[in-house]
Design a protein around this ligand. Structure first.
Ligand code: FES
Length: 77
């Protein structure tokens, strides 16, 4: 389902390899990067996607409030 997301960033996020999370044995752990656009911790997923995964319907364009993460408009497309 499509959605409109307001993003004010004008450049990339840098992720330093030494800051990657590791397990007790020092092995690298998975990092989840947000693909839905709703996270408040870019570039990382903060599970805000649960809102769109559970509530969006096909054929509808959703607009979210960037401060609250709530739907402020929805239109048929
Ligand atoms: S994919 Fe965007 S918050 Fe999880």
């Amino acid at each position: 389902m499509p959605r409109i997301i307001r993003i004010d960033a004008t450049g990339p996020f840098k992720i330093e390899p030494e800051k990657f999370p590791r397990d007790e044995q020092g092995n690298l752990k998975a990092i989840w990067i947000c693909a839905c656009g709703l996270t408040r911790t870019f570039p990382y997923c903060d599970k805000s996607h649960k809102v769109c995964a559970a509530g969006e319907k096909p054929g509808v364009l959703y607009t979210y409030d960037p401060a609250t993460g709530q739907v402020v408009d929805q239109r048929s497309i």
